[in-house]
Design a protein around this ligand. Structure first.
Ligand code: NAP
Length: 254
């Protein structure tokens, strides 16, 4: 996949950058000459990524007000014109009858409140970015179709998707482009492990699936979408592995 190079260096702030899709996105953007500010809570991982790619970084929790203020200050200092909200994930697979309140609260804090707080904090700067600002929210096909045991994640990603659609309407007159990317099954570093709590359960998610999407596959689509000329808005992109023809149809080899 190719896209036109930006006419001048662009600067993206990428959340969820300590692992998986976020870390791969930092690498993909740096490889194309973007300046990048990487954000996540685990400082050691961000330092290693900075050493590897030359990105800037700031450690913080996107759902915490003080951390968001520090992240916004770093975005200002670095001249960020593109906000890429990737931080988030899933916790638990219980039916709603047995839902764990802590898991639901975590999913809403990281996916929904984190995206809102960081977007709200950076919008003044994105509105004044030369050539226009961009917000890209990574939601999920879990926002399109609900499934048994997915209630909390379906609800959180649907809320993040709804917020993204409102934002696109609200920010058009400020020339802020709003992109949503909705991946299906991605074999990333920690997503399934964090959701299910054991390596055995995490491995079962991908068992027999010949080629799930990789973090790099998703990062390449993110990089492409934000690198297009500003007036071109890929406003929503669904991507899945070929083996996942739909949410309910996942091919597994025995
Ligand atoms: N894997 C999939 O199948 C899939 C499919 C569709 C969509 N997605 C979405 O893609 C995004 C990335 O997922 P992934 O698969 O790359 O998962 P991952 O490997 O578990 O990475 C999640 C990242 O989010 C960061 N993070 C989580 N909560 C945070 C918070 N409150 N503040 C700051 N950073 C936070 C984590 O860093 P720290 O722990 O260091 O803070 C980590 O860098 C998520 O939004 C997920 O819902 C994943």
């Amino acid at each position: 996949m190719t896209s036109a190079p930006a006419s001048s260096p662009r600067c993206a702030l990428v959340t969820g950058a300590s692992a998986g899709i976020g870390a791969a996105t930092v690498r993909a953007l740096r490889a194309q000459g973007w300046d990048v500010v990487a954000v996540a809570r685990r400082e050691g991982r961000l330092m290693a990524l900075a050493e590897e790619t030359g990105c800037a970084w700031v450690a913080g929790d996107v759902s915490n007000d003080e951390d968001v203020a520090a992240i916004a200050a770093s975005a200002q200092a670095n001249g960020v014109d593109t906000l890429i909200n990737i931080a988030g994930g899933a916790r638990g697979n219980q039916h709603i009858a047995e839902a764990h309140t802590d898991d639901w609260e975590w999913m809403f804090r990281s996916n929904v409140m984190g995206t809102m707080k960081l977007t709200r904090a950076l919008l003044p700067q994105l509105r004044s970015a030369q050539g226009g600002g961009t917000v890209l929210n990574l939601t999920s096909t879990a926002a399109l179709v609900s499934y048994e045991g997915g209630g909390g994640y379906n609800a959180a990603k649907s809320a993040q998707r709804a917020m993204t659609q409102a934002l696109r309407l609200e920010e058009a007159e400020h020339n802020v482009r709003v992109i949503e990317i909705l991946p299906g099954l991605v074999k990333s570093d920690e997503f399934a492990l964090r959701r299910l709590g054991s390596q055995e359960a995490a491995d079962a998610v991908y068992a027999g699936v010949e080629e799930p999407l990789s973090s790099e596959d998703v990062a390449d689509v993110v990089r492409y979408a934000v690198s297009l000329p500003h007036h071109v808005n890929l406003d929503e992109i669904v991507l899945r592995p070929v083996a996942q023809a739909a949410n309910h149809k996942l091919l597994r080899k025995q």
